[in-house]
Design a binder for this molecule. Structure first.
Ligand code: 3UK
Length: 527
């Protein structure tokens, strides 16, 4: 009996992998990775083998697995293999510090960890602190390698059967979690359901990108980000298209090279990367052939108008700026091919609704700035174990994005900033509190406050105001503090600018008034 036919059962791995094979894409390329080309038939087999490996290890419906994986085919095998047996994969950022993984593991209570070998080597010393962890499954550089006392992903997977029946999940079962950063510094587990990827696919990917089996996608944003998960994985797989995976950091050079080698038709980047790519070309004078691209996407933070124009002039292709979030899963406001208002986030994506409200929740007329709320069926089930925050963030059918926006008379949305203190640096969240707490651990630092400043392209960089204990400010101290943060936290979080001051503005209760520092910045830049 085909249980899928009953209409009750739904499994995202069946939808994104098995159905692609059933639709006749079996001999088409699903994944390009280095010099490997993986066809849909083989992808299906590997996903089944991974699912069987996990089943044999005892994984069942609702069991969680943390994934700390680079962008390699094993990411995709693990993600869909777990989902197919009803287990819940939780891909997380590969650039974090050991204590962050301790938090992810203990907060999620994952029983299993699938991790690339080089990252495991960095966190192995902390393993006694992982309270709920049972299995450590290591992805080695090659199959023959020993993985010590731990499980070897490649050996176990290749031994497992290539046939696998999906678990009896339905559309509202948990499928996967992602972690999203909060202003208090603690990441929140965002629970996504089996139907969420299909919703984002059939709205944004189909109606805005018009993705088809002819396409080939390249995402600079890594797969563990909600943005990269769509662009680099379930958008192309859902359409019978191909994805290009790049394990290395998305530098301008690496991206130009990947575009020339694999000739993608859709490229997903963040504003800082577009800026760096434009800059790279003007600095080196090198020419690249980007003629395979039919559309580029930008998200993560607002795309400066100048980048849109310059890119169009250089490569004659549109960059579609769109806003998405981990909670919404993907992009819900976007510019369209042939309909771009540079500097805006575009219009509402079909399948979503948006409204801008005042503090009382009243909808505002055009051109008035307020809080952006959205509605649509890819919005997460909620945060894991955060009852109070859930009540504020997910209100009825509406998601409070935490962003300030206004809508113009033509229906285009214009980003005006965050309602909290969080910073988006290079498209990735940075919590000012976390960076401040780190600076405070330095023996010479008395007080610290981190705010965002804009660089010459209006992109956000973190700036720290620091009060030193009794040392006089110096360039050496500035460099020392920057290096100190780089060592303690993920690299991208360090303050690019440090200013030493005598005292920080505070409330009567001693809370740092970051808004006063921001005002100070504004008045300084106006002078
Ligand atoms: C900000 C933007 C202005 C905004 C994401 C595409 O960025 C993504 O998810 P995150 O959870 O962050 C969400 C927040 O980032 N933001 C994102 N895009 C834009 N601000 N213009 C933009 N184009 O504050 C939003 O609330 O990391 C992006 C797809 C999936 C995603 N998860």
């Amino acid at each position: 009996m085909d249980l899928r036919g009953l209409g009750l059962l739904y499994n995202a791995a069946v939808r994104f992998i098995d159905e692609s094979v059933e639709k006749g894409f079996g001999d088409k390329i699903a994944i390009c990775y280095r010099d490997e080309l993986i066809h849909y038939n083989e992808l299906q087999e590997k996903v089944n083998q991974t699912g069987n490996m996990l089943r044999e290890l005892g994984y069942k419906l609702e069991d969680r697995l943390l994934m700390v994986c680079h962008d390699t085919p094993e990411f995709i095998y693990s993600f869909f293999g777990a989902i197919k047996i009803g287990a819940v994969p939780i891909p997380v950022n590969t650039m974090m510090k050991p204590s962050d993984y301790e938090y992810f593991l203990n907060n999620s209570r994952a029983k299993g960890l699938i991790i690339h070998e080089d990252i495991w080597e960095k966190i192995e010393v902390y393993k006694e602190r992982f309270c709920f962890l049972k299995d450590i499954i290591i992805i080695p550089d090659s199959e023959s390698e020993q993985s010590g006392t731990h499980l070897n992903f490649l050996q176990l997977m290749n031994r497992a059967s290539k046939k696998l029946d999906a678990a009896m999940t339905n559309k509202d079962d948990q499928a996967f979690w992602l972690f999203s950063s909060g202003s208090t510094g603690n990441p929140k587990g965002v629970i996504h359901l089996q139907h969420d990827m299909e919703y984002a696919f059939s709205t944004y990917a189909k109606k805005i990108l018009h993705i088809s089996e002819e396409d080939r996608c390249l995402s600079a944003s890594k797969l563990f980000f909600a943005y990269g998960l769509g662009g680099g994985m379930y958008f192309p797989l859902g359409a019978g298209a191909s994805t290009v995976l790049v394990k290395e950091r998305a530098t301008p050079e690496a991206m130009f090279q990947a575009i020339e080698t694999y000739k993608p038709t859709i490229f997903f980047g963040v504003p800082t990367l577009y800026g760096a790519m434009i800059d790279y070309v003007s600095r080196t004078g090198k020419q690249f052939d980007l003629s395979s691209l039919r559309v580029c996407v930008s998200a993560g933070e607002a795309l400066p108008k100048a980048f849109y124009r310059k890119w169009k002039e250089m490569y004659n292709v549109d960059i579609l700026d769109g806003i998405g979030s981990t909670e919404a899963l993907h992009i819900f406001l976007s510019n369209r091919i042939g309909d771009v208002k540079a500097g805006s986030s575009g219009k509402v994506v079909p399948g979503y609704e948006a409204k801008i409200v005042d503090e009382m929740g009243r909808e505002l007329p055009p051109n008035e700035m307020g809080d952006l709320l959205i509605r649509g069926d890819s919005i997460a089930h909620g945060y894991w174990n955060l009852h109070e925050q859930n009540k504020k963030k997910f209100v009825g059918e509406w998601l409070h994005t935490g962003d300030k926006y206004y809508k113009d008379e033509e229906g285009y949305f214009w980003y005006c900033g965050r309602s909290d203190d969080m910073l988006k640096v290079g498209g990735i969240w940075v919590s000012p509190v976390e960076v401040e707490n780190c600076l405070l651990q330095h023996e010479n630092v008395l007080e610290a406050a981190v705010v965002s400043v804009q660089n010459e392209n209006n992109l956000v960089i973190p700036k720290a105001y620091v009060v030193l204990k009794d040392r006089t400010p110096s360039k050496e101290m500035e460099d020392e503090l920057k290096n100190f943060v780089k060592q303690q936290l993920a690299h991208y979080k360090y303050p690019r600018i440090i200013e030493f001051i005598d005292e920080l503005p505070k409330t009567a209760t001693g809370k740092i008034q970051r808004f006063k520092l921001r005002e100070l910045l504004k008045s300084n830049s106006a002078q």
